[in-house]
Design a binder for this molecule. Structure first.
Ligand code: UD1
Ligand code: F6R
Length: 696
C-alpha cells in the first residue's frame, strides 16, 4: 500500500541536495501507491549522524519542508545511503509521528522504511518496552527499527561483530507478517539492506562499466550457521546470536557481476524501490527480489543472501532489462494520469492484442497459455477471482467463456471467496485477474487455490508482480503502467485478454468458427472505435456541468453484457467523484429499485442493440413512465427515445455483442473523470483509496 525508495551512491560524488532530489523524485513516481505521508533519512554532517525529515501529506509537502529546512545541500558525499517512503496508513493515523522512516532510538542508529504489516508487532512491542525502548508512533513498523538496535546491542555485549545482512536475518526471524523493508544504519555506513516477504521490492543497478554477468549469485549460509527460529511470543527473543564472532563477520565472496578487471571497486549507484516506475529514469537494469531474499549493498556491490537453503532453490537472480520507457509513466499533455490513461486506450488495447492475434487467418496465439490449454479444457470448471474493477472484467466476459466452451464458469470476489473457504479441487482452473498483481486478497486466494492443487492462470498487467510469478501460467495484458488510482485502461485490456483466452480455449471447435471470425474481426476494429467514443468528451463534459454536478446519486441500468458495464461505471463514479452511484441489473428494476425513480434521479441506461435490447427498452420505458429522463447510451444512428424523453443520448459505434462493453464503458470513464474534476477532486488521488491494495 505504500512506496519504498532508496538510493545508494558509491564512489560517485553527489551533493546532499542531489541525493535529496533523487529521493523526492523517486517518491513522486511512487505516490500513487500511497500518499498520506512521506519521509526520508539521509546522513548528517557529524560522523554517524542520521537526519530524518518527514511529514503528513503528499510528497510535495515533504519537498517544501526540506526546501525550508536549514539542511546544508552542498555537502558532497562520495558514498551514501538515503532511504525514503510514501505511506498509506494501515496502523495509526496519517500524522508526522507515524510517518516512515522509523528509528531505533533518538540517535537513529537504525532507520527503516516498510511496506506491509507486521502481525506480531504487539508482542514485539511489549517485549521491547519491557527492555526500556520508548516508542514514538502507533505503527507496526517502529518495532522493526527497535528490534534492530536491540539485537545489534545484544550481539555487541556478547562481543559478536555481526555483518549487516546477518543482523537482518536475526531480525527477520522475529518478524511475522509481510514486508518490503529497507534499512540504513550508522553502524554500517555506506551499506543498505533490503528484503521482502509478500510485498514487492527490486534493486536498480547503474554502473559506468558493463557488468561482468547479468545475474547475481545467491549466497546461502553454511548449514551450521542457520539461525534457529525464535519468537517474541515466548516472552524473549531467542532466534538471534547464532554465530561465533569470527564466522559472523566474515565477508567471503565478491559478487561476480561487479568484478572489475583491475580488481578495484567500481563506482556504482543502486536504487531500491517497490516499483520499477521510480527506477526506470535512472537505469533499466533491475533485479527483482524474491520472498525472503536479503539484498545487501556495500562497497559498490550487490549481494543476495538467504537465511536458509531449501532443495530446489534457485542459486542466481537475473538482472533484467526493463522494457518500460519513462515517457510511458509521465502524464504527457494530460492534466491527470487518469485522463491520460483513458485516452491511451486505443494504444493499450492494441498492445494487448499485438503479436497475439493473426487477424488475417483469424488465429489467436497466447504464448503464456498455449502449453496449458489442453489442461484447462479438461478442467471441471473455471473460477475467475478478482477484486474491484478486475472483478468487473471477469463479469463482463463470463458469458463468452460459457458460450464458447461449455465449461461452467463462476466469478468470485477474492475476499468473499476466501471468507467462504469455497471448495476448490485439483481439476479446477482458477483465473486471477489483477492490474497490479499485488492485491492482497487476490494473492491470498491464489495461495488458497494453489494449496488445493488447482491450475492457476494469471491475467496481470505488472510483469514481475507476485501474482504473475506465482501463477502456473497466464497472460500479461501489456496495457503499460497504470498510475491513476481509478483503473481504466487496465479494464479494457483485461477484458480483451479474457476474450482472447476464451477464444483460445475453443480454438479447435469447428462449430464455433463463424463466431470466432466475427469476434476476431470485432477485436481488430476496437482501437479505432475507442478513438471515436473518446470524441464524446466535450459532450460528456457539458452533460456533467449541466445535469450531474450537483446530484447526489446516480443509477446505471444494464443487462446481459452491459450489467458489468453498469457496475464498472458506478464504481468509477463513486471512487473518483464521491457521488453515490449504483449499477442495477435492468431485470431487477421492478423488484425494488423502481421505487427510487422520479423526475430528479439521474439514470444512465445502456441500450446498445444486442439480443437483450427489447428487455432493456422495456426497463427504460418503465423509468420514463415514472417521469425519469435517462441518459441513454446507444448505437450510432439509433434513436431509442425521443429527445423529450431523455436528458441526453450518447452514441457509440456498434461492435459484436460480447465486445460492446469495451466501448460502452468509455463514456462512463469520461463522465466519472469530469464529475470529479468539476468537483475539484484530485482525480489521481481520491481520498481513502490507494492504487495497490496490499493489505487484506
Ligand atoms: C512473451 C514476452 C514478450 C515477448 C513475447 C514474444 C515476457 C513477460 N513477455 O510474451 O516480451 O514479446 O513473449 O514471444 O517476457 N505468466 C504467468 N502468470 C501471469 C502472466 C504471465 O505465469 O499472470 C507467464 C506466462 O505463462 C508466460 C510468461 O509469464 O510463461 C510471459 O507471459 P506473457 O508476457 O503473457 O507471454 P507472451 O505474450 O508470450
Ligand atoms: C477501481 C480500482 C480497484 C481495483 C482493485 C483490484 O478503479 O482500481 O477496484 O480494480 O483494487 O486491483 P488489482 O486489479 O490491482 O488487483
Amino acid at each position: 500500500m505504500c512506496g519504498i525508495f532508496g538510493y545508494v551512491n558509491f564512489l560517485v560524488d553527489k551533493t546532499r541536495g542531489e541525493i535529496v532530489d533523487t529521493l523526492i523524485d523517486g517518491l513522486q513516481k511512487l505516490e500513487y501507491r500511497g500518499y498520506d505521508s512521506a519521509g526520508i533519512a539521509i546522513d548528517g554532517d557529524k560522523k554517524g549522524e542520521t537526519l530524518i525529515v518527514k511529514t503528513a501529506g503528499k510528497v510535495k509537502a515533504l519537498k517544501d519542508k526540506l526546501d525550508n529546512s536549514n539542511i546544508e545541500r552542498s555537502t558532497i558525499f562520495d558514498s551514501h545511503v538515503g532511504i525514503a517512503h510514501t505511506r498509506w496508513a494501515t496502523h495509526g493515523q496519517p500524522m508526522e509521528s507515524n510517518c516512515h522512516p522509523h528509528r531505533s532510538d533518538p540517535e537513529a542508529e537504525f532507520v527503516v522504511v516498510h511496506n506491509g504489516i507486521i502481525t506480531n508487532y504487539r508482542e514485539l512491542k511489549t517485549l521491547l518496552v519491557s527492555k526500556g525502548y520508548k516508542f514514538e508512533s502507533e505503527t507496526d513498523t517502529e518495532c522493526i527499527a527497535k528490534l534492530f538496535k536491540h539485537i545489534y546491542d545484544t550481539n555487541l555485549k556478547a562481543n559478536i561483530e555481526v555483518d549487516f545482512n546477518e543482523l537482518v536475518k536475526q531480525v527477520l526471524y522475529e518478524l511475522e507478517g509481510s514486508y518490503g523493508l529497507l534499512v540504513k544504519s550508522s553502524h554500517y555506513p555506506g551499506e543498505a539492506v533490503g528484503t521482502r516477504k509478500g510485498s514487492p521490492l527490486l534493486v536498480g543497478v547503474k554502473t559506468e562499466k558493463k557488468l561482468k554477468v547479468d545475474f547475481v549469485d545467491v549466497e546461502f549460509p553454511e548449514q551450521n550457521q542457520e539461525v534457529p527460529v525464535g519468537s517474541a511470543k515466548n516472552g524473549e527473543l531467542n532466534g538471534f546470536i547464532p554465530l561465533s564472532g569470527a564466522e559472523a563477520s566474515l565477508r567471503t565472496s565478491q559478487s561476480r557481476a561487479f568484478l572489475a578487471d583491475d580488481g578495484l571497486p567500481m563506482p556504482a549507484e543502486f536504487f531500491f524501490s517497490s516499483d520499477p516506475a521510480s527506477v526506470v529514469q535512472h537505469t533499466k537494469k533491475v533485479l527483482y527480489l524474491e520472498d525472503d531474499d536479503i539484498a545487501h549493498v556495500y562497497d559498490g556491490e550487490l549481494h543476495i543472501h538467504r537465511a536458509k537453503k531449501n532443495a530446489g532453490d534457485s542459486t542466481t537472480r537475473p538482472i533484467q532489462t526493463l522494457e518500460m520507457e519513462l515517457n510511458e509513466i509521465m502524464k504527457g499533455p494530460y492534466t491527470h494520469f487518469m485522463q491520460k490513461e483513458i485516452f491511451e486506450q486505443p494504444d493499450s488495447t492494441f498492445n494487448t492484442m499485438r503479436g497475439r492475434i493473426d487477424f488475417e487467418n483469424h488465429q489467436i496465439n497466447l504464448g503464456g497459455l498455449k502449453a496449458f490449454l489442453p489442461a484447462i479444457r479438461r478442467s471441471r470448471r473455471i473460477i475467475m477471482i478478482a477484486c474491484g474493477t478486475s472483478y468487473h472484467s471477469c463479469l463482463a466476459t463470463r458469458s463468452i467463456f460459457e458460450e464458447l466452451n461449455e465449461i461452467p464458469v463462476t466469478v468470485e470476489l477474492a475476499s468473499d471467496f476466501l471468507d467462504r473457504r469455497s471448495p476448490v479441487f485439483r481439476d479446477d482452473t482458477c483465473v486471477f485477474v489483477s492490474q497490479s498483481g499485488e492485491t492482497a486478497d487476490s494473492i491470498l486466494a491464489l495461495q488458497y487455490c494453489l494449496e488445493r492443487g488447482a491450475l492457476s492462470v494469471g491475467i496481470v498487467n505488472s510483469v514481475g508482480s507476485s501474482m504473475s510469478r506465482q501463477t502456473h501460467c497466464g497472460v500479461h495484458i501489456n496495457a503499460g503502467p497504470e498510475i491513476g488510482v481509478a483503473s481504466t485502461k487496465a479494464y479494457t485490456s483485461q477484458y480483451i485478454a479474457l476474450v482472447m483466452f476464451a477464444l483460445s480455449l475453443s480454438n479447435d471447435s469447428i462449430s464455433q468458427q463463424q463466431r470466432h471470425r466475427e469476434i476476431i474481426d470485432g477485436l481488430q476494429k476496437i482501437p479505432e472505435q475507442i478513438k471515436t467514443v473518446l470524441k464524446l468528451e466535450n459532450k460528456i463534459k457539458t452533460l456533467c456541468t449541466e445535469h450531474l454536478n450537483d446530484q447526489r446519486s446516480l443509477l446505471l441500468l444494464g443487462r446481459g453484457y452491459q450489467f458489468a458495464t453498469a457496475l464498472e461505471g458506478a464504481l468509477k463514479i463513486k471512487e473518483i467523484s464521491y457521488m453515490h452511484s449504483e449499477g442495477v441489473l435492468a431485470g431487477e428494476l421492478k423488484h425494488g429499485v423502481l421505487a427510487l425513480v422520479d423526475d430528479k434521479l439521474p439514470i444512465i441506461a445502456f441500450a446498445t442493440r444486442d439480443s437483450l435490447f427489447p428487455k432493456v427498452l422495456n426497463a427504460i420505458n418503465q423509468v420514463v413512465s415514472r417521469d425519469g429522463r435517462p441518459i441513454v447510451i446507444c448505437d450510432e444512428g439509433d434513436t431509442v427515445l425521443s429527445s423529450s424523453q431523455t436528458t441526453a443520448t450518447l452514441h457509440v459505434p456498434t461492435t459484436v455483442d460480447c465486445l460492446q462493453g469495451l466501448l460502452n464503458v468509455i463514456p462512463l470513464q469520461l463522465m466519472s473523470y469530469w464529475l470529479a474534476v468539476n468537483r475539484g477532486i484530485d482525480v489521481d488521488f481520491p481520498r481513502n483509496l490507494a492504487k495497490s491494495v496490499t493489505v487484506e
